[in-house]
Design a protein around this ligand. Structure first.
Ligand SMILES: [Zn+2]
Length: 325
Protein backbone atom coordinates (compact mmCIF):
# COMPACT_ATOMS: atom_id res chain seq x y z
CA UNK A 1 0.00 0.00 0.00
CA UNK A 2 1.39 3.40 -0.97
CA UNK A 3 1.16 5.41 2.28
CA UNK A 4 1.20 8.70 0.37
CA UNK A 5 -1.86 7.61 -1.64
CA UNK A 6 -4.14 5.94 0.90
CA UNK A 7 -7.34 6.10 -1.14
CA UNK A 8 -8.96 2.95 -2.52
CA UNK A 9 -11.58 3.71 -5.14
CA UNK A 10 -13.95 0.91 -6.12
CA UNK A 11 -16.64 2.73 -8.10
CA UNK A 12 -15.44 4.97 -10.87
CA UNK A 13 -16.21 4.83 -14.61
CA UNK A 14 -13.52 5.34 -17.22
CA UNK A 15 -15.94 6.95 -19.69
CA UNK A 16 -17.18 9.30 -16.97
CA UNK A 17 -13.65 10.57 -16.40
CA UNK A 18 -13.24 12.32 -19.77
CA UNK A 19 -12.20 15.84 -18.93
CA UNK A 20 -13.85 18.65 -20.95
CA UNK A 21 -10.42 19.38 -22.45
CA UNK A 22 -10.01 15.78 -23.62
CA UNK A 23 -13.58 15.76 -24.98
CA UNK A 24 -12.82 18.79 -27.15
CA UNK A 25 -9.56 17.23 -28.40
CA UNK A 26 -11.29 13.94 -29.27
CA UNK A 27 -14.11 15.77 -31.05
CA UNK A 28 -11.55 17.57 -33.21
CA UNK A 29 -9.66 14.34 -33.89
CA UNK A 30 -12.79 12.50 -34.98
CA UNK A 31 -14.33 15.30 -37.05
CA UNK A 32 -17.19 16.14 -34.69
CA UNK A 33 -16.29 19.64 -33.50
CA UNK A 34 -19.94 20.49 -32.78
CA UNK A 35 -20.43 17.73 -30.21
CA UNK A 36 -18.82 19.35 -27.14
CA UNK A 37 -21.23 22.31 -27.36
CA UNK A 38 -24.07 19.82 -26.74
CA UNK A 39 -22.38 18.44 -23.63
CA UNK A 40 -20.54 21.33 -21.96
CA UNK A 41 -21.35 24.74 -20.46
CA UNK A 42 -20.67 27.90 -22.49
CA UNK A 43 -17.15 28.19 -21.11
CA UNK A 44 -16.38 24.58 -22.07
CA UNK A 45 -15.23 23.83 -18.52
CA UNK A 46 -17.98 21.55 -17.10
CA UNK A 47 -20.66 19.14 -18.29
CA UNK A 48 -24.38 19.96 -18.25
CA UNK A 49 -27.32 17.55 -18.19
CA UNK A 50 -30.75 17.21 -16.61
CA UNK A 51 -31.75 14.24 -14.43
CA UNK A 52 -30.89 10.56 -14.78
CA UNK A 53 -32.16 10.16 -18.36
CA UNK A 54 -30.25 13.32 -19.30
CA UNK A 55 -27.16 11.78 -17.73
CA UNK A 56 -27.55 8.52 -19.67
CA UNK A 57 -27.92 10.57 -22.84
CA UNK A 58 -24.77 12.55 -22.02
CA UNK A 59 -22.88 9.30 -21.31
CA UNK A 60 -23.99 8.00 -24.73
CA UNK A 61 -22.83 11.17 -26.52
CA UNK A 62 -19.47 11.22 -24.76
CA UNK A 63 -18.75 7.57 -25.54
CA UNK A 64 -19.37 8.28 -29.25
CA UNK A 65 -15.99 10.03 -29.24
CA UNK A 66 -14.09 7.04 -27.85
CA UNK A 67 -13.24 5.14 -30.99
CA UNK A 68 -9.69 3.80 -30.96
CA UNK A 69 -7.39 2.05 -28.48
CA UNK A 70 -5.27 5.23 -28.54
CA UNK A 71 -8.29 7.27 -27.36
CA UNK A 72 -8.78 4.93 -24.41
CA UNK A 73 -5.05 4.94 -23.66
CA UNK A 74 -5.05 8.74 -23.36
CA UNK A 75 -8.18 8.66 -21.25
CA UNK A 76 -6.59 6.16 -18.83
CA UNK A 77 -3.42 8.28 -18.53
CA UNK A 78 -5.60 11.32 -17.72
CA UNK A 79 -7.48 9.35 -15.08
CA UNK A 80 -4.25 7.97 -13.58
CA UNK A 81 -2.97 11.51 -13.07
CA UNK A 82 -6.32 12.59 -11.62
CA UNK A 83 -6.30 9.67 -9.16
CA UNK A 84 -2.77 10.56 -8.07
CA UNK A 85 -3.73 14.20 -7.48
CA UNK A 86 -6.76 13.00 -5.48
CA UNK A 87 -4.72 10.74 -3.16
CA UNK A 88 -6.01 7.48 -4.66
CA UNK A 89 -3.38 4.72 -4.77
CA UNK A 90 -5.57 1.88 -6.02
CA UNK A 91 -8.66 1.99 -8.22
CA UNK A 92 -10.94 -0.56 -9.85
CA UNK A 93 -12.34 1.21 -12.87
CA UNK A 94 -15.51 0.26 -14.72
CA UNK A 95 -15.70 0.46 -18.49
CA UNK A 96 -18.58 -0.57 -20.66
CA UNK A 97 -17.71 -3.48 -22.94
CA UNK A 98 -21.46 -3.55 -23.72
CA UNK A 99 -21.27 -0.10 -25.31
CA UNK A 100 -18.03 -0.99 -27.14
CA UNK A 101 -19.59 -4.08 -28.70
CA UNK A 102 -22.72 -2.13 -29.69
CA UNK A 103 -20.42 0.27 -31.53
CA UNK A 104 -18.35 -2.51 -33.16
CA UNK A 105 -15.20 -1.67 -31.20
CA UNK A 106 -12.78 -4.43 -30.21
CA UNK A 107 -12.70 -4.69 -26.39
CA UNK A 108 -9.51 -6.78 -26.44
CA UNK A 109 -7.47 -4.21 -28.37
CA UNK A 110 -8.82 -1.52 -26.05
CA UNK A 111 -8.06 -3.57 -22.93
CA UNK A 112 -4.48 -4.06 -24.13
CA UNK A 113 -4.15 -0.26 -24.47
CA UNK A 114 -5.60 0.21 -20.97
CA UNK A 115 -3.22 -2.34 -19.53
CA UNK A 116 -0.29 -0.51 -21.13
CA UNK A 117 -1.57 2.79 -19.72
CA UNK A 118 -1.95 1.23 -16.26
CA UNK A 119 1.70 0.12 -16.29
CA UNK A 120 2.75 3.61 -17.34
CA UNK A 121 0.64 5.22 -14.59
CA UNK A 122 2.07 2.87 -11.97
CA UNK A 123 5.62 3.71 -13.01
CA UNK A 124 4.98 7.44 -13.14
CA UNK A 125 2.65 8.00 -10.19
CA UNK A 126 2.64 4.78 -8.14
CA UNK A 127 -1.12 4.41 -8.73
CA UNK A 128 -2.46 0.92 -9.47
CA UNK A 129 -5.39 0.75 -11.88
CA UNK A 130 -7.44 -2.41 -12.39
CA UNK A 131 -10.46 -2.92 -14.60
CA UNK A 132 -14.10 -3.95 -14.28
CA UNK A 133 -15.69 -4.41 -17.71
CA UNK A 134 -19.45 -4.26 -17.50
CA UNK A 135 -22.61 -5.18 -19.33
CA UNK A 136 -25.46 -2.72 -19.80
CA UNK A 137 -28.95 -3.69 -18.61
CA UNK A 138 -30.81 -2.03 -21.45
CA UNK A 139 -28.68 -3.80 -24.08
CA UNK A 140 -30.00 -7.18 -22.92
CA UNK A 141 -28.64 -10.49 -21.69
CA UNK A 142 -27.20 -11.73 -25.02
CA UNK A 143 -25.08 -8.60 -25.33
CA UNK A 144 -24.06 -9.17 -21.69
CA UNK A 145 -22.74 -12.63 -22.57
CA UNK A 146 -20.66 -11.20 -25.42
CA UNK A 147 -19.22 -8.58 -23.07
CA UNK A 148 -18.35 -11.23 -20.47
CA UNK A 149 -16.71 -13.50 -23.06
CA UNK A 150 -14.45 -10.60 -24.08
CA UNK A 151 -13.66 -9.83 -20.41
CA UNK A 152 -12.76 -13.48 -19.76
CA UNK A 153 -10.46 -13.50 -22.80
CA UNK A 154 -8.73 -10.33 -21.63
CA UNK A 155 -8.37 -11.80 -18.12
CA UNK A 156 -6.21 -10.88 -15.16
CA UNK A 157 -3.08 -10.62 -17.30
CA UNK A 158 -4.56 -7.42 -18.77
CA UNK A 159 -5.72 -6.19 -15.36
CA UNK A 160 -9.35 -7.37 -15.51
CA UNK A 161 -10.34 -8.31 -11.93
CA UNK A 162 -14.15 -8.40 -12.11
CA UNK A 163 -17.26 -7.93 -14.19
CA UNK A 164 -20.20 -5.64 -13.56
CA UNK A 165 -23.68 -4.63 -14.57
CA UNK A 166 -24.67 -1.01 -15.14
CA UNK A 167 -27.25 1.03 -17.03
CA UNK A 168 -30.92 1.66 -16.44
CA UNK A 169 -32.33 -0.53 -13.65
CA UNK A 170 -35.89 -0.13 -14.86
CA UNK A 171 -35.10 -1.88 -18.14
CA UNK A 172 -33.99 -5.29 -16.92
CA UNK A 173 -34.05 -7.05 -13.54
CA UNK A 174 -30.73 -8.40 -12.31
CA UNK A 175 -32.18 -11.93 -12.07
CA UNK A 176 -32.23 -12.03 -15.91
CA UNK A 177 -28.43 -12.01 -15.69
CA UNK A 178 -28.16 -14.72 -12.99
CA UNK A 179 -26.67 -17.45 -15.23
CA UNK A 180 -24.21 -14.99 -16.71
CA UNK A 181 -22.92 -14.01 -13.27
CA UNK A 182 -22.64 -17.64 -12.20
CA UNK A 183 -20.15 -18.00 -15.07
CA UNK A 184 -18.39 -14.76 -14.09
CA UNK A 185 -17.77 -16.22 -10.63
CA UNK A 186 -16.69 -19.58 -12.06
CA UNK A 187 -14.12 -17.64 -14.11
CA UNK A 188 -12.68 -16.28 -10.83
CA UNK A 189 -13.75 -12.69 -11.44
CA UNK A 190 -15.40 -10.45 -8.85
CA UNK A 191 -19.01 -9.29 -9.26
CA UNK A 192 -20.15 -5.70 -8.72
CA UNK A 193 -23.68 -4.68 -9.73
CA UNK A 194 -25.34 -1.26 -9.83
CA UNK A 195 -28.58 -1.75 -7.90
CA UNK A 196 -30.98 0.27 -5.78
CA UNK A 197 -29.73 3.54 -7.24
CA UNK A 198 -33.15 5.25 -7.21
CA UNK A 199 -34.73 5.04 -3.73
CA UNK A 200 -37.90 6.66 -5.11
CA UNK A 201 -38.70 3.28 -6.68
CA UNK A 202 -39.45 2.06 -3.13
CA UNK A 203 -39.80 -1.73 -2.75
CA UNK A 204 -38.60 -2.23 -6.36
CA UNK A 205 -35.27 -0.60 -5.45
CA UNK A 206 -34.83 -2.89 -2.43
CA UNK A 207 -35.80 -5.91 -4.55
CA UNK A 208 -33.23 -4.85 -7.15
CA UNK A 209 -30.49 -5.01 -4.48
CA UNK A 210 -31.77 -8.38 -3.23
CA UNK A 211 -31.66 -9.86 -6.74
CA UNK A 212 -28.14 -8.58 -7.34
CA UNK A 213 -26.93 -10.29 -4.16
CA UNK A 214 -29.04 -13.46 -4.01
CA UNK A 215 -29.61 -14.23 -7.69
CA UNK A 216 -26.34 -12.93 -9.15
CA UNK A 217 -23.94 -13.40 -6.23
CA UNK A 218 -22.70 -9.80 -6.22
CA UNK A 219 -19.94 -9.21 -3.68
CA UNK A 220 -20.30 -5.46 -4.16
CA UNK A 221 -23.30 -3.25 -4.87
CA UNK A 222 -23.07 0.08 -6.67
CA UNK A 223 -25.16 2.73 -4.86
CA UNK A 224 -27.52 0.39 -2.96
CA UNK A 225 -29.67 3.21 -1.57
CA UNK A 226 -32.89 1.23 -2.03
CA UNK A 227 -31.76 -1.37 0.54
CA UNK A 228 -32.42 0.97 3.45
CA UNK A 229 -36.21 0.74 2.98
CA UNK A 230 -36.21 -3.02 3.67
CA UNK A 231 -34.63 -4.35 6.91
CA UNK A 232 -34.43 -7.83 5.36
CA UNK A 233 -32.22 -6.54 2.54
CA UNK A 234 -30.05 -4.64 5.02
CA UNK A 235 -29.70 -7.87 7.04
CA UNK A 236 -28.75 -9.72 3.86
CA UNK A 237 -26.00 -7.19 3.07
CA UNK A 238 -24.66 -7.48 6.62
CA UNK A 239 -24.85 -11.30 6.73
CA UNK A 240 -22.96 -11.67 3.45
CA UNK A 241 -20.48 -8.90 4.17
CA UNK A 242 -21.43 -7.11 0.92
CA UNK A 243 -19.53 -3.89 0.27
CA UNK A 244 -21.76 -1.00 -0.84
CA UNK A 245 -20.10 1.47 -3.17
CA UNK A 246 -21.83 4.69 -2.09
CA UNK A 247 -21.71 7.70 -4.41
CA UNK A 248 -23.57 10.57 -2.67
CA UNK A 249 -22.46 13.38 -5.01
CA UNK A 250 -23.52 11.33 -8.03
CA UNK A 251 -26.94 10.67 -6.45
CA UNK A 252 -27.47 14.42 -6.14
CA UNK A 253 -26.35 15.13 -9.71
CA UNK A 254 -28.66 12.52 -11.23
CA UNK A 255 -31.61 13.54 -9.03
CA UNK A 256 -31.76 10.15 -7.25
CA UNK A 257 -31.66 12.21 -4.02
CA UNK A 258 -33.00 15.72 -3.53
CA UNK A 259 -30.50 16.71 -0.88
CA UNK A 260 -27.32 15.27 0.58
CA UNK A 261 -29.01 15.16 3.99
CA UNK A 262 -31.27 12.41 2.57
CA UNK A 263 -28.29 10.12 1.93
CA UNK A 264 -28.39 7.01 4.18
CA UNK A 265 -24.62 6.81 4.77
CA UNK A 266 -25.11 6.74 8.54
CA UNK A 267 -27.73 3.97 8.24
CA UNK A 268 -25.19 1.74 6.50
CA UNK A 269 -22.51 2.64 9.05
CA UNK A 270 -24.84 2.03 12.00
CA UNK A 271 -25.71 -1.40 10.55
CA UNK A 272 -21.95 -2.08 10.15
CA UNK A 273 -22.46 -2.86 6.47
CA UNK A 274 -19.11 -2.39 4.68
CA UNK A 275 -19.26 0.71 2.49
CA UNK A 276 -17.20 3.55 1.09
CA UNK A 277 -17.55 6.85 -0.75
CA UNK A 278 -16.83 7.10 -4.48
CA UNK A 279 -17.16 9.81 -7.16
CA UNK A 280 -18.79 7.49 -9.76
CA UNK A 281 -18.29 9.65 -12.89
CA UNK A 282 -15.58 12.09 -11.87
CA UNK A 283 -15.55 14.50 -14.78
CA UNK A 284 -19.16 14.27 -15.90
CA UNK A 285 -20.25 15.09 -12.33
CA UNK A 286 -17.29 17.32 -11.41
CA UNK A 287 -16.54 15.22 -8.29
CA UNK A 288 -13.49 13.82 -6.53
CA UNK A 289 -12.68 11.71 -3.47
CA UNK A 290 -11.46 14.58 -1.31
CA UNK A 291 -14.61 16.61 -2.00
CA UNK A 292 -16.90 13.65 -1.30
CA UNK A 293 -15.24 13.06 2.07
CA UNK A 294 -15.36 16.73 3.00
CA UNK A 295 -19.06 17.13 2.17
CA UNK A 296 -19.87 13.95 4.10
CA UNK A 297 -17.96 15.29 7.12
CA UNK A 298 -19.90 18.53 7.00
CA UNK A 299 -23.39 17.36 6.04
CA UNK A 300 -23.58 13.67 7.02
CA UNK A 301 -21.66 13.87 10.32
CA UNK A 302 -18.98 11.52 9.01
CA UNK A 303 -16.26 11.09 11.65
CA UNK A 304 -12.55 10.37 11.18
CA UNK A 305 -12.83 6.95 12.84
CA UNK A 306 -15.62 6.09 10.39
CA UNK A 307 -13.42 7.16 7.47
CA UNK A 308 -10.66 4.85 8.73
CA UNK A 309 -13.19 2.02 9.00
CA UNK A 310 -14.41 2.66 5.42
CA UNK A 311 -10.82 2.66 4.14
CA UNK A 312 -10.25 -0.71 5.82
CA UNK A 313 -13.47 -2.13 4.34
CA UNK A 314 -12.52 -0.86 0.87
CA UNK A 315 -9.11 -2.56 1.06
CA UNK A 316 -10.82 -5.82 2.03
CA UNK A 317 -13.39 -5.52 -0.78
CA UNK A 318 -10.95 -5.18 -3.69
CA UNK A 319 -11.06 -7.90 -6.33
CA UNK A 320 -7.28 -7.71 -6.64
CA UNK A 321 -4.42 -8.11 -4.23
CA UNK A 322 -3.09 -4.85 -2.92
CA UNK A 323 0.39 -6.31 -2.63
CA UNK A 324 0.67 -7.08 -6.34
CA UNK A 325 2.62 -4.78 -8.62
ZN1 LIG B 1 -21.71 3.94 -11.48
Amino acid sequence: MNKDLPGVELHTHLEGSITPKRLIALADRHGQPGLPANCLNKEGTAYVFDGFQGFLDLFRKVTLLLKTPADFHELALDLGKTLYDDGVGYAEISLSYGVMLMRNLDPLAIQQALSDAAHQVHETHGVRMRWLPDAVRQLGVDQGWHAFEAAARAGRSLGVVGFGLGGDETTGPARNFARLFADVKAEGLGVSIHAGEAPARGPAAAESVRQAVEDCGAQRIGHGLGAVADPRVMALLKARNIFVELCPGSNLRTGALESLADHPLQDFLAAKIPCGLNPDDRSLFGLDRKGELERARQELDLREDQIMMMDEWAREATFSFLGEG
